[in-house]
Design a protein around this ligand. Structure first.
Ligand SMILES: *[C@@H]1O[C@H](CO)[C@@H](O)[C@H](O)[C@H]1NC(C)=O
Ligand SMILES: CC(=O)N[C@H]1CO[C@H](CO)[C@@H](O)[C@@H]1O
Length: 442
């Protein structure tokens, strides 16, 4: 799958590194403004990032894809879908280790580094959300903070050892929202006394909600570029199978640890403000429960769910808390990226529709809120570009998304973005014919 590395990459990235350092930003962090991204259902015949761009009327600044580690060569993230947007969108890549952290070999890490180098050397920036939700029990790498942090540092060090990756790859540390921690009693890490001691932050001999759900897993400022949380509105009460309007202020409460009984640490305050890191809403959506299912594995309808507040009002009550809420956005200047979860997904006991751009009425309501100048001017989007991230991928056939509408307020210049400076520099030196597409960022 991976082509040979492009030899000019090292020279190209010297430029980008200098510009990143001068602004004291994390790699791929915009100096101001928020990158809007999408994670859509890329199964054949379902949805695509290019189709999202056309529906929404703006080019997603980031395209979210996921894959496992060690690499499974037949199941790598379909990065050609990013190329097919014909933009310089950042690849936002969630990477899920399928084995315990201490078992990952140097050769397996090297293969991953090579994959990223292939992308960055073509001018495609990559935001790596490595091993997300490491605080939960449901991942093989979950609740093993010592092994997790060692794996994290090893991978980050190996990735940064390649020149094109230093400005072109940024690491996102994103635990699960702490409400409900430690989530269930099947705490597998308890078998290792050292791991358990690291988790039992109040040293009372048991793992409970009173223990810090984030700190044991933080790999350290030198190894983390971005900090993030995934935020969802599922409904008023567990097991979440009613269609409820979002509780006012819920989004704000979640990122400051005041949701779910107010027991969680103030994530934004401690990890974004306290550690001087850009903040990333790594996934977000409001669930409209379509119907009850037997199970996620056998998601046939077993009972209807009343429409309650209705899909439009529920989703609007959620996006108005953060995405289009200028009060919220102004209060969180470290918020630099938001990725929408554009899926219909069987979860727990219901079929859940999180999409905001699929239904025409919901999309129209979103656009009416989002395209107000005071909101739109806080965001920016990818620019047209012809990047062939993976030289081995099939040729691009889809049509381009709409033109960049970043900085929508009349006359406002789009914010400068280290990511796009990175792409521009790389392509400038390569001498690509598409230079004109980057003129705004030079
Ligand atoms: C907008 O955000 C502020 C600050 O978080 C919050 O107080 C307000 O309720 C939000 N507005 C809506 C409509 O949710
Ligand atoms: C118990 C709990 O909170 N589990 C949740 C952890 O986070 C994942 C992803 O956000 C959810 O799917 C789980 O339900």
């Amino acid at each position: 799958m991976f082509g040979p590395k492009v030899t000019l990459a090292a020279a190209a990235l010297l430029c980008a590194t200098a510009s990143v350092n001068a602004q004291a930003l994390s790699p791929l962090e915009p100096s101001r403004g928020i990158m809007l991204g999408t994670w859509c259902d890329t199964a054949p015949g379902k949805d695509s990032p290019a189709a999202f761009n056309q529906r929404f009327g703006h080019n997603a600044a980031m395209v979210h894809l996921a894959q496992n580690l060690p690499l499974e060569m037949d199941k790598l993230a379909p990065v050609q879908l990013v190329d097919q947007t014909n933009t310089n969108a950042i690849l936002y890549l969630s990477v899920y280790p399928t084995i315990q952290p201490n078992l990952l070999t140097d050769a397996q890490i090297a293969a991953f580094v090579n994959q990223l180098s292939t992308y960055t050397s073509q001018g495609r920036g990559v935001l790596v959300r490595l091993a997300p939700e490491m605080n939960g029990t449901w991942q093989p790498y979950g609740q093993r903070p010592i092994a997790f942090k060692a794996m994290w540092a090893k991978i980050v060090t190996a990735v940064r050892a390649v020149e094109s990756n230093r400005a072109g790859v940024s690491f996102v540390w994103a635990p699960n929202v702490g409400g409900g921690y430690p989530f269930d009693n099947s705490m597998t890490a308890a078998v290792d006394p050292a791991e358990f001691a690291a988790l039992d932050t109040n040293r009372d001999g048991v793992l409970t909600i009173a223990d810090d759900s984030y700190a044991p897993f933080y790999p350290g400022n030198e190894f983390v570029d971005w900090v993030g949380l995934s935020t969802y509105w599922f409904g008023n009460d567990y097991p979440y199978e009613t269609n409820d309007i979002a509780i006012p202020g819920y989004m704000n409460a979640v990122i400051h640890g005041a949701a779910a009984g107010g027991k969680g640490p103030d994530f934004y305050g401690i990890y974004a403000d306290g550690n001087n890191k850009p903040f990333f809403v790594t996934e977000s959506g409001a669930a409209f429960h379509q119907y009850k299912i037997a199970s996620p594995a056998a998601p046939a309808q077993v009972a209807p769910v009343p429409v309650g507040g209705g899909a439009l009002a529920i989703k609007q009550s959620w996006w108005r808390q953060y995405l289009t809420n200028t009060t919220f956005l102004a209060a969180h200047p470290r918020l630099k990226a938001i990725s929408l979860f554009e899926w219909v997904k069987a979860e727990e006991t219901t079929m859940r529709d999180f999409q905001v751009t699929a239904d025409p009425a919901i999309l129209a309501a979103l656009k009416a809120d989002f395209n107000q100048p005071a909101v739109l001017s806080r965001y920016f989007f990818a620019s047209p570009a012809n990047i062939q991230t993976d030289p081995g991928a099939p040729p691009v056939t889809t049509s381009p998304g709409p033109a960049n509408a970043g900085g929508g307020a009349a006359g406002a210049a789009p914010p400068k973005n280290a990511a796009y400076a990175f792409s521009a520099s790389a392509l400038n030196i390569v001498g690509s014919a598409i230079m004109g597409a980057f003129a705004l960022f030079l």
